[in-house]
Design a protein around this ligand. Structure first.
Ligand code: MTE
Ligand code: CO
Length: 418
């Protein structure tokens, strides 16, 4: 692989580095580093017992790893969004407590014993399920990313927000446990001529969208677990719709009703919102699939380079609503030269993919970029390519290539090179 030194090169490099460390750094460290020479408290005294945290929490040293809000983005935190701290995470799974949340009327606090899922409209038998009823359908487990269509929306006209948490943090990826929506719809019996499904939420916004029946019968899930435990209240407890690869707005939380119909309902969230206004004043609608996209998470503005020149490990995430990511290229000179990054970990369709690229930094300024390619051959565009196709009025579906500027002192900033 291009970013991997040969085994021979690695051994030689290792020896050279080892020799340098032994003379310059390691011995000196061992001599006066209290972390080596002193016995620490945690080594001397017994710690808290197994009952200290019935539900485990992260180390207090990780207290900065939290979701964050951009208060000026929205008028009120009840109809707002917080962002996943992508620069603090690794692998492909987002911990439940760090999954970004987007609500239009706050979190519905639902007693699962009182929760019902109704199916009505163009069906043979309208049905109402309790949570217990749903547990008796065949369960499936799938890892999927969810990306809000507005992710990176602030960046359409130029670099705005300083951190991948804010530019790209409206994405998360968990393993869902649920039942196929198809099984529930078939239980009710879909009538001839039906072509659309309207999922509706039980929150005060009663979030509703028109979903093509074809997608509903394909891979959609009605999920009750994420990463093995019950959905978090902010993520739709006790029940949410999972619409793999498609924009987050369709993934109705606190799901209480599915209406079957023969045409779309033309709801607020698919007319005034979640349409893409073009330069000629016309708008694209029903742009459901999330296009191939990637971002370098480390280094990034909230995660500067602190170790100076030498080996620098880039880490990042890539995803595509069309399936698997087949390749990620990275550039350190603003897109002039590209190298193929190393994809690592599971490569699952419509899930986040993790990539790394290691190189020796000579300490000069860098313009970092990543460009993902999916299994269908779609290539992540530059922001100029996007603007050429869709003008400058858009908010949603910005999958353009992100640039981070790394200064000589390791400080990282959001810039644009297109
Ligand atoms: N479902 C309901 N009932 N109410 C909502 O406000 N927000 C939608 C969608 N489902 C929303 C909803 C939007 S815009 C997105 S991006 C996703 O939920 C966010 O899911 P998350 O909060 O689990 O990240
Ligand atoms: Co959204």
């Amino acid at each position: 692989m291009p970013d991997q030194p040969s085994r021979r090169g690695f051994l030689q490099g290792g020896l050279a580095a080892g020799a340098a460390l032994a003379t310059a750094t390691t011995a000196a460290r061992a001599a006066d580093d209290p972390a080596i020479t002193e016995i620490q408290d945690w080594n001397r005294y017994a710690g808290p017992g197994v009952d200290a945290e019935p539900y485990g929490v992260p180390s207090p040293y990780e207290a900065h790893v939290v979701r964050r809000n951009v208060p000026w983005l929205t008028a009120d935190p009840i109809s707002s969004v917080n962002f996943t701290p992508l620069h603090e995470l690794d692998g492909i799974i987002t911990p439940n407590g760090l999954c970004f949340e987007r609500h239009h009327a706050g979190i519905a606090e639902i007693d699962p014993a009182q929760h019902r899922l109704m199916i009505n409209g163009m069906v043979d038998t309208p049905l109402v399920f309790t949570m217990a009823d749903l547990m008796r359908f065949p369960r499936e487990n799938h890892v999927y990313f969810l990306e809000c269509a507005a992710n990176s929306g602030m960046e359409w006209r130029g670099a705005q927000l300083n951190g991948c948490q804010f530019t790209h943090g409206m994405v998360h990826c968990v393993m869902y446990t649920g039942v196929k929506l198809r099984h529930l719809l078939e239980e009710a019996g879909i009538r001839a001529g039906a072509a659309w499904v309207m999922p509706e939420g039980a929150d005060a916004s009663a979030m509703s969208r028109s979903l093509p029946l074809e997608k509903a019968l394909d891979d959609c899930l009605v999920a009750f677990k994420m990463n093995g435990e019950a959905l978090r209240p902010g993520q739709g407890y006790p029940l949410r719709l999972v619409v793999p690869g498609w924009e987050g707005n369709l993934w109705v939380k606190w799901l209480r009703r599915l209406e079957i119909g023969d045409k779309p309902w033309q709801l607020r969230e698919e007319t005034s919102k979640y349409t893409d206004l073009l330069a000629n004043g016309k708008a694209r609608r029903f742009t459901w699939e999330m296009d191939v996209k990637s971002v370098i998470t480390n280094p990034s503005p909230q995660a500067p380079v602190t170790h100076g020149r030498g080996r620098l490990v880039l880490a990042g995430l890539a995803w595509s609503g069309g399936g698997r990511v087949s390749r990620v290229d990275v550039s350190i000179d603003g897109g002039r030269n590209w190298t193929t990054a190393r994809l690592d970990g599971p490569s699952l369709p419509k899930a986040l993919h993790r990539f790394y690229h290691a190189f020796d930094w000579d300490g000069s300024e860098l313009f970092l970029q990543s460009r993902a390619i999916d299994e269908n051959g779609f290539v992540q565009p530059t922001k100029n390519d996007l603007r050429a196709a869709r003008g400058e009025n858009s908010i949603y579906h910005n999958n353009g290539i992100q640039t981070w500027h790394v200064a000589k002192d390791g400080v990282v900033e959001n810039v644009e090179i297109s």
